[in-house]
Design a protein around this ligand. Structure first.
Ligand SMILES: [Zn+2]
Ligand SMILES: [Zn+2]
Length: 246
């Protein structure tokens, strides 16, 4: 599984960072965790074959994780007519709003090729390349709205994406899966809690490598990178364009 970090910023884009968006490539098919970056523009600039796009999994409804979806869905619907995608969103009203926006601006939405789907805590996506399993987080719990971490399994490899967590690490919002199971890689946010709050979990984390994105404020970057090796596995921060293979 090749992973390319297309957007690594926190809630607001920066001069050199788009908001959250990560591309996974497996056997020529492409999948995305979050689409807060201008995804269709990035794919076209990179010369990506749009017919290789298979599915997008958003962790929650916030714009820094979903703002790239309307433009991609719009263009897939009316222009790139051989493209086809499943777009998982966490709330029906988000699906309704984005669908209605495209119908409004284009006069229609090709729902056979642009398939908005509701992600729930019971949803498991599986095809011949990978399996994606959601785990609820408390990021939007105060508002009574869902948010998820995602476990991505491809062959014998496991990668855990934290999604956005909450300020309640002390109440157990660090993804339990990475504390109870070996994972080849964990990609974790670092905007809603301090580096020191994460430390007890990093000590127990069973990831073989831990990468941080969605970092705010940026003076945490230095503190995070200083943790490299402190717990027996590599730790580092991510930048837009970073690539790795798991
Ligand atoms: Zn966010
Ligand atoms: Zn959020």
């Amino acid at each position: 599984m090749k992973i390319t970090f297309l957007g690594t910023s926190h809630g607001v884009p920066a001069a050199d960072r788009f908001c959250s968006c990560t591309m996974l490539e497996i056997n020529g098919a492409r999948y995305f965790i979050d689409a807060g970056a201008p995804l269709i523009d990035i794919l076209l600039r990179r010369g990506v074959d749009l017919d290789s796009v298979r599915a997008i999994f958003t962790t929650h409804i916030h714009g820094d994780h979903t703002n790239g979806i309307p433009a991609l869905a719009d263009l897939f619907s009316w222009y790139f007519k051989t493209a086809s995608v499943d777009i998982y969103m966490t709330e029906q009203r988000g699906i309704d709003a984005f669908s209605e926006m495209i119908r409004t601006v284009e006069g229609g939405l090709d729902e056979a090729r642009v398939r908005f789907r509701l992600m729930t805590a019971d949803t498991v996506y599986q095809d011949e390349n990978l399996r994606v399993t959601p785990f609820p987080t408390r990021h939007l719990a105060d508002a009574g709205r869902p948010a998820y971490s995602y476990l991505v399994e491809a062959g014998d490899k496991k990668v855990l994406f934290s999604g956005d967590l909450s300020q309640r690490l002390e109440k157990g919002d660090f993804p339990a899966y990475a504390l109870e199971n070996d994972v080849d890689l964990m990609v974790c946010e670092m905007a809603h809690f301090g580096v020191e709050h994460a430390r007890p979990y990093l000590e127990k984390c069973r990831a073989k490598a831990l990468l941080f994105n969605h970092v705010f404020p940026l003076d945490k970057l230095e503190k995070i990178n200083a943790l490299d090796g402190a717990f027996g596995y590599p730790i580092r921060t991510l930048e837009d364009g970073d690539e790795l293979t798991v």
